[in-house]
Design a protein around this ligand. Structure first.
Ligand SMILES: Nc1ncnc2c1ncn2[C@@H]1O[C@H](COP(=O)(O)OP(=O)(O)OP(=O)(O)O)[C@@H](O)[C@H]1O
Ligand SMILES: O=C(O)[C@H](O)CO
Length: 524
């Protein structure tokens, strides 16, 4: 007769290294999921990542392995949603050599930080760095354009003895608009807005932005030449492509008009383009005169990604281990439609929870879905292998971690975000796959603390979601059809499944987490 054993014992190797803390095991899965998410966000706080990447020793500084001599020759510019905190920390570390700085940050951010008790991310009162706020709702405006002009001016005045420290984070494209004449700001905004509304990816959007802007696609580095340029980048794009994050102002890139035209054609914008944009796209690039020395000397510019989704997942994994889970990072580039993404997480949960060898159809469906949602087959195979070993060797609880930015096809008029909708859909998948309410817990959260136009960052769910909702007269399918995930989670059990960390001052896309409890093993 088979006897069933539950593996609630602490893993011996964790006990050996002193990380095992039994009292924490009494915490609910929900609480532990929230702690792991908080660790992911904490790892990519703007001040932390800058502090970790700048090594100051007397009058020299080493950044990402490159040493610079400081002689009151440091200048600073920055643009993006997380840049204020990055600049405050940079000034703390290097302020005695800072000549001048200028940053372009979102409208209202200083007041918001103040109100949220995040004063440590604000510049000190007598700061040498000028703050310009603009780009309300992430849309370029004349305030951001003015900041871009001043940043260009600052860069243009530098000499070969100077160092320009450039701080870059997501949202930087909208905060550094410098349309190439005769394109007007409104014309540029119109075309990017139409592209975004038609569902263009950030890669497509920024390919077009780079071709229409003086400062993007390496323009800023050009204007700063012959000064040394070092850029610290907080990535909010899958795969951390330097030329696309904030449209790559310090990354010299070729503009291929054919590539730009093909994006515009794909979204049926070619025929309605204003003549100014046609004229600029018709000119052979680059849009500035480059010296021979500049085009061949790559050592003038150094770009370093100092924070990313991978960094957040790695630290989340560490915290998960402290909380009693075996962490497995599945992939940092999850994308594609939330329906397909939720199916994949449902299947992973079913695979992980099988007491016996799971039916081969599960692995086959996962391998078919993976590439569609940015998860390599190799990563899935590796994850399945780890889960399989866990099943046979009895490793106890597991925390699967992934990140990225899936998409939602908006068909309804409801209030929600991609994380809350994903959490809802995973809850439904878990039920459909026959996984009980006390089984795995799934969390999806935006690291910026804001999921779509809502106050929540995401939500936490499990296989009991459907029944819980029904018992309260809430019909999940209706909320899903209407893209009303925030209304749903706010109404359900007094909002207890919502994840509301408030403003986080950072952004490295989303974090997904599947906490799998210890699976009882069968001894024959
Ligand atoms: N009602 C809704 N339900 C589900 N998703 C929605 C809803 N409304 C908006 N969204 C999605 O929210 C996303 C925009 O959210 P958000 O403002 O968090 O953007 P973001 O991509 O995280 O931007 P950034 O990285 O610049 O902060 C879009 O992908 C949009 O499809
Ligand atoms: O600013 C931008 O272009 C996006 O946030 C991607 O980095």
């Amino acid at each position: 007769m088979a006897c069933v054993l539950s593996l609630f014992r602490p893993q011996p190797f964790l006990a050996l290294i002193g990380r095992w803390k039994p009292p924490l095991c009494k915490m609910s899965m929900d609480s532990r999921a929230r702690l792991v998410f908080a660790a992911a966000v904490e790892a990519v706080q703007p001040d932390t990542i800058v502090r970790q990447s700048i090594k100051r020793k007397e009058d020299s500084v080493t950044i990402d392995g490159h040493k610079f001599t400081l002689k009151h020759n440091l200048h600073l510019v920055g643009f993006g949603k997380a840049v204020l905190g990055m600049a405050a920390e940079a000034e703390k570390l290097l302020g005695d050599h800072l000549v001048k700085g200028l940053i372009s940050v979102p409208k209202g951010i200083q007041q918001t930080l103040q109100e949220h008790g995040k004063g440590h991310l604000l510049l000190k009162e007598n700061s040498r760095i000028k703050v310009m706020e603009g780009a309300k709702n992430n849309l370029p405006d004349t305030d951001a354009q003015k900041a871009a002009e001043e940043i260009k001016q600052l860069a243009s005045e530098l000499t070969e003895n100077d160092i320009l420290l450039v701080l870059i984070s997501g949202g930087g494209s909208a905060l550094l608009p410098a349309p190439i004449l005769p394109i007007s700001l409104k014309e540029k905004l119109d075309v990017t807005r139409k592209l975004a509304a038609a569902g263009a990816t950030i890669q497509e959007l920024n390919t077009v932005r780079r071709a229409l802007s003086f400062l993007k696609g390496g323009g800023l580095a050009h204007f700063a030449h012959p000064a040394k340029v070092v850029a610290l980048i907080l990535s909010d794009v899958i795969g951390d492509p330097l030329d696309l994050i904030a449209s790559g102002p310090t990354v010299r890139g070729e503009v291929w008009p054919e590539e730009v035209l093909s994006v515009l054609e794909r979204y049926k914008l070619l025929n309605s383009l204003p003549s100014s944009i046609k004229e600029v796209l018709g000119r052979p690039g680059p849009h500035w005169k480059e010296t021979k020395e500049e085009s061949t000397a790559s050592e003038y510019v150094h770009n370093a990604v100092i924070g990313s989704n991978s960094v957040a997942l790695m630290c989340a994994g560490r915290r998960a281990r402290e909380l009693g889970f075996r962490p497995v990072v599945v992939a940092p580039g999850v994308c594609g439609d939330v329906r397909a993404v939720s199916r994949l997480y449902g299947l992973l949960a079913r695979f992980a929870c099988s007491r016996e060898e799971p039916p081969p159809e599960i692995a086959a469906e996962m391998l078919r879905l993976g590439p569609e949602v940015g998860v390599e087959s190799w990563d899935l195979c590796r994850t399945m292998q780890v889960l399989g070993e866990g099943r046979t060797e009895g490793w106890g609880a597991t925390c699967l971690l992934a990140g990225g930015e899936p998409t939602v096809e908006l068909t309804g008029m409801g209030r929600g975000g991609r994380n809350q909708e994903l959490a809802m859909r995973v809850g439904v998948e878990l039920r459909d796959l026959g996984i009980p309410p006390n089984g795995p817990v799934f969390l999806s959260g935006g690291t910026d603390g804001q999921d779509g136009p809502t106050e929540a960052a995401g939500a936490i769910t499990d296989g009991g979601l459907y029944e819980e909702a029904q018992a309260q007269g809430l019909h999940i399918d209706t909320f899903l059809t209407n893209n009303d995930s925030n209304t749903f989670f706010s109404s359900l059990s007094a909002g207890k499944r919502l994840l509301v960390p408030g403003l986080t001052c950072t952004n490295v896309m989303d974090v997904h987490m599947l906490l799998i409890p210890p699976i009882p093993i069968t001894i024959r």
